[in-house]
Write a protein that binds this ligand. Structure first.
Ligand SMILES: Nc1ncnc2c1ncn2[C@@H]1O[C@H](COP(=O)(O)OP(=O)(O)OP(=O)(O)O)[C@@H](O)[C@H]1O
Ligand SMILES: [Mg+2]
Length: 371
């Protein structure tokens, strides 16, 4: 099961005499996995993924999807592909026809087709009002969402996207990544080709890195970081920076949730140590703990950094007592994120916000924006 590439080589006819564009590539993407393919311009990423649903046929080697040869008709339905610059590839008179094109090609008609179109629109947060419009009258971001809807209407088992966030503004990028995360949550395998690792790594279960037609790294994002590859995503960089200032935090951190858990360890561990030594009454212990935490942080030489701010937040927790803990934790998260401007950049947080909006049935709000 999954997408399996075995000893794949490929050259475009014009390149036949030179180096092959893909040279003996083998890899596997499991069903339901979120994989990211990265690599410099010209590395062969787009050429590789075009083999995943038979657009290109291997010169040598083999590509299968769930055990079926990749150029079979069933695989064309199973593997939905959003091309690079997909916004330029719309061609129908109306958005409705554009979204209905794929499923009607696979024999879906009438009510069932209409149902598919509407269901898919809501997945990409477009309002039904858009269906009658010409795709050419839409903004670049809207066009991309229509292209994505056209693919999702086939209910693919795998969604392969070539640089899907290129050319979108930061908000549009975060929203699109949030949508992909939601789609992945429904069990669809996602393969994203991206230059922007910082942006996609928080979601990735597997990273495939290419150089000059070869796969040079395959593994989890954690393994990628441990192997010392760069670029390093922003939260992992924050952890690294805090460790330089004396903290002892995991550095293979990709999401705000993981970062918060890791930072909370600081708060839990330090008072524990102090309790063991002092054996004092509750009120006294609390004061001692506060002092110890602050002193320890100061000892780590972090007074002028974000750790000092976190120390302040800890003090606040102690002062406010357990009932206000939740609120204070949020404050810590906000402070932590604000320090590195991750809140603005972090796709996970925006993804979550988007889900909330969707749940509140406010999809029509989004039709105004560009992404
Ligand atoms: N249709 C084509 N005909 C001939 N050569 C091509 C064709 N498409 C791509 N190539 C060449 O194949 C190589 C790999 O191109 P490909 O588009 O797969 O790279 P990529 O990793 O997707 O790059 P980018 O990040 O710029 O999108 C490049 O040298 C490119 O010039
Ligand atoms: Mg490409």
């Amino acid at each position: 099961m999954g997408i399996r590439v075995e000893n794949l080589s490929y050259s475009y006819s014009g390149n036949r005499k030179g180096k092959p564009v893909l040279g003996n590539i083998s890899l596997e993407i499991a069903r339901g996995e979120f994989a990211v393919i990265s690599g410099a311009a010209g590395a062969g990423k787009s050429t590789l993924i075009k083999h995943f649903n038979g657009i290109l046929r291997p010169e040598s080697g083999r590509v299968t999807v769930d055990g079926l040869d990749a150029h079979t008709r069933e695989v064309r339905r199973k593997v939905g592909m959003l091309f690079q610059h997909s916004q330029n590839q719309l061609f129908e008179e109306t958005v409705y026809k554009e979204v209905a094109f794929g499923p009607s090609n696979f024999g879906i008609r009438g009510e069932e087709l209409e149902k598919r179109v509407h269901e898919t629109l809501s997945l990409v947060h477009l309002d039904v009002g858009i269906l009658k419009r010409s795709p050419f009258s839409l903004s670049g971001g809207e066009k991309r969402r229509v292209a994505l809807a056209g693919i999702l209407a086939l209910r693919p088992n795998y969604l392969v996207l070539d640089e899907p966030t290129a050319g979108l503004d930061p908000e549009g990028r975060a929203k699109l990544l949030g949508r992909l995360q939601n789609i992945h949550g429904k069990g669809v395998g996602i393969v994203v080709v991206s230059h922007n690792l910082e942006e996609v790594l928080p979601f990735a279960q597997k990273l495939i890195s290419m150089e000059e037609g070869k796969v040079v790294f395959t593994g989890s994002p954690e393994e990628y970081l441990r192997a010392g590859h760069s670029p390093v995503p922003p939260l992992a960089r924050l952890m690294k920076e805090l460790n330089k200032k004396g903290a002892d935090l995991r550095e293979d951190i990709f999401t705000a949730e993981e970062a918060l858990k890791e930072l909370q360890k600081l708060r839990q561990e330090e008072p524990e140590k102090e309790k063991g030594i002092s054996g004092k009454g509750t009120a006294e212990t609390e004061v001692a703990e506060k002092g110890a935490t602050e002193t320890e942080i100061a000892e780590k030489g972090a007074t002028e950094t974000g750790i000092a701010e976190k120390g302040a937040a800890e003090t606040e927790i102690a002062e406010k007592g357990p009932t206000e803990k939740g609120a204070t934790e949020t404050e810590i998260a906000e402070k932590g994120a604000a320090e590195t401007e991750i809140a603005e950049k972090g796709p996970t947080e925006k993804g979550a916000t988007e889900t909330e909006i969707a749940e509140k049935g406010a999809a029509e709000k989004e039709t105004q924006d560009n992404a």
